[in-house]
Design a protein around this ligand. Sequence first.
Ligand SMILES: [Zn+2]
Length: 477
Amino acid sequence: MAYIQFLGAAGTVTGSKHLISISADASGRRGFQALIDCGLFQGPKEWRDRNWQDTPIPAREIDAVVLTHAHIDHSGWIPRLVKEGFRGPIYATPSTIDLCAILLPDSGHLQEEDAEFYNRHKKSKHIPALPLYTREEADHCLQYFRPVEFGATQQIWSEISFRFVTAAHILGSSMAEVALTTNGQTRRLLFTGDIGRVRDKNVAPGKVVHSGPAEGEAADLLVMESTYGNRQHPTDDPRPRLAAVIRKTVERGGSVVVPAFAVERTQKFLFMLKELMESRQISQIPVYCDSPMAIKAVEIFLKHVEEYSDESRRLIRQYGSPLEWPGFTFALTSEQSKKINGTKYPSIIISSSGMVTGGRILHHLAQRLPDPRNTVIFIGFQAPGTRGATIKSGAPEVKIFGDVVPIRAQIATFEQFSDHADTPELLQWLHTFPKRPGATYLVHGEPAASAQLRDTIARELGWNVQVAQWMEKVEID
Ligand SMILES: [Zn+2]
């Protein structure tokens, strides 16, 4: 018997983790267990608590992990899986492995910081509060990663092989095409991971990697993300309004704070600022990129030019490495970070984490939110329950480091920077399938988004489509 079980990203947008399980058979042949993605639950406590639960199959009995991309909601549970006894290969594209080498240790560091904070303030029921995993444990898990190039077929068991195809979401992002052959019959399972923008650069400007997920996919069973299953991204160019917001903030003597993921989103935003400055749409004010990961992330981007969009290629040719741009400062140490706090002159501060769940952005927001001259610009998705979502919602205050911080700064939101396809784009991509999959399961969406996408796909394409439920098992027949 073979089945898929949705261990995460079902009913929510985090914790992506799908088990492919093939039972042992009567002849004594052992079974096989693989995880497609192994992500961390983030956001509401109800979901985060699930990070502490064991997998339904003991970690040491899981044979392999296939990782679609480096985002923590897809990769961040790997150190815990290894801590629990997993020793198999973790397959990922070379650039995903490079990104995991910075993202996972950072995630371990944040886990340690959280535990320390709770212990210091005695805010946990558990004494002492322990980190889910440490930075050292995250470093340790990197030895299990095995690179697989886009398009190469990788055999992972006698009856299972897979291939990565481009997802166009972030650097290194892929979909996993899994081929399962039993009794002479091959079933194709397609796990989309996160799907990037399908349209061209005029609708999704600033994209660092090329647009367009692989077209013409075929699958007997499709497991697809649905983050933007009930929404459409704005189709206008964000740059004129972005420039206006920055100009007005500078005019009133304020600074701009931008919570952004250190990977992809920060690079995209830096390129956009550079262009706005070079075209004199905004003045050349200091830009601080305050994320210890950002320098490393820029270096990884510079190494993987093969995945660039034409626009990124042109910008690098024209302006060189962002690390060398005059007026752009990359803060590596906490001393450098603290210096930014002392800056009174208008500046632009980009820092992570992108959903304000931890990291240096907390210090910047704690300091800048109470001042109405400042502006906070959101350029990324804010999962419900995160501080980012609270600030973005127009709340009068937010809790940071246990203190209540009044929100008087202007809040501006731009949806155009998304690295996820919206509903029309997802449909556009599904239309490239030569035939309808036997079954489609929607994951990685808030319940309303997944439900609406299910209805839209059923109506427009006539497919058999369902919303995956947490821990639901689907038999592969
Ligand atoms: Zn992602």
